[in-house]
Design a protein around this ligand. Structure first.
Ligand SMILES: NC(=O)c1ccc[n+]([C@@H]2O[C@H](COP(=O)([O-])OP(=O)(O)OC[C@H]3O[C@@H](n4cnc5c(N)ncnc54)[C@H](OP(=O)(O)O)[C@@H]3O)[C@@H](O)[C@H]2O)c1
Length: 280
């Protein structure tokens, strides 16, 4: 099947391109330089030229703190841009698989968030991503909106790489215990996104993230343990590390769908990612 990936140069985008190619699909990998989703006309022309059966929209403004000071730039990509991709996909009869985030929730629950739970983003990034979900749903009935979380993978700065670097430079490091989520390896998520692209009947919202849950502190511990790095991980609170954007305290994703796509445990994703780093 012909599949077009936007944001193909990003961390998730490149994993989706790899997964789709490995599964034998005809992949059009559109990086930002090749397709700027904020340009409605260019987006439409690109899809008319390629005529894919499905589009996986991995293009996004992902600087959570930066968005607080630049709503316009974040919205242009995450809200209006997502709408442009969905409308262009609809114009060529293609399904859109759109990627969204756990940050559409305020983190106030203490059990996994389900697809129908009330959304209430804490920051501009989450607000623009939520606006994107709505724009996609409005522009194209053939949509699968995938909320995911805490991504790590090759090709971009991520928490795992940061910890691996810091852990070799320091004897101890303080990491927050009061944010709980689902670390997700892009390799695992990418396969699920391609699966959805192959099953156009699976419309609506999907929560898909690494199985299980942990705090950033527990994730750091697991990284050092698996990588054999001798660095103490001290507990810290978010208050000790003030940042421009508030993060949800608990953004674990669960699913109420009848046949949810369940990813392997986040520890498996971490193991796979560390293995690919060794061989890279
Ligand atoms: N990272 C996470 O922890 C996380 C968690 C939950 C959900 N998500 C969602 O997962 C998706 C993928 O994120 P990611 O982690 O792969 O982020 P990423 O590495 O920042 O990738 C985003 C890609 O979008 C591109 N892009 C930005 N503006 C664009 C535009 N106007 N037109 C076309 N492409 C544009 C970026 O290009 P440049 O690099 O050139 O700017 C980049 O290649 C996003 O929807 C994000 O919201 C991420």
């Amino acid at each position: 099947m012909k599949l077009l990936v936007t944001g193909a140069g990003g961390m998730l985008g490149r994993a989706v391109v790899d997964a789709a190619a490995r599964l034998g699909h005809d992949v059009v990998a559109a990086t930002r330089a090749e397709l700027d989703v904020t340009d409605a006309g260019a987006t439409r022309r690109a899809l008319l030229a390629a005529r894919p059966r499905a589009v996986v929209n991995c293009a996004a403004y992902t600087d959570v703190d930066g968005a607080e000071g630049d709503r316009r730039a974040a919205a242009a990509v995450n809200a209006e841009g997502a709408g442009h991709v969905a409308a262009a996909a609809a114009a060529v009869g293609a399904l859109i698989v759109h990627v969204s985030t756990d940050y559409v929730f305020d983190g106030s629950k203490r059990e996994p968030w389900l697809e129908s739970d009330p959304v209430a983003p804490l920051g501009v990034y989450g607000e623009t991503k939520l606006a994107g979900e709505r724009a996609v749903a409005e522009a194209n009935p053939a949509h699968a909106i995938v909320r995911t979380a805490w991504l790590f993978g090759a090709g971009a700065k991520n928490f795992v790489d940061t910890m691996l670097a810091l852990g070799t430079q320091r004897d101890e490091i303080s990491v927050v215990t009061d944010q709980i989520g689902c670390p997700t390896w892009t390799g695992h998520l990418a396969s699920a996104l391609v699966d959805l692209a192959e099953h156009p009947q699976e419309t609506g919202i999907h929560h898909i993230a690494g199985a299980g849950q942990c705090s950033w502190n527990e994730l750091a511990l697991e990284i050092f343990e698996r990588a054999g790095i001798d660095c103490r991980v001290l507990p810290a609170t978010s208050e000790q590390f003030p940042r421009p954007a508030r993060r949800p305290a608990y953004s674990v994703l669960g699913s109420e769908r009848r046949d949810p796509l369940v990813l392997p445990a986040w520890q498996d994703g971490l193991a796979q990612y560390l293995a690919t780093r060794v061989t890279a």
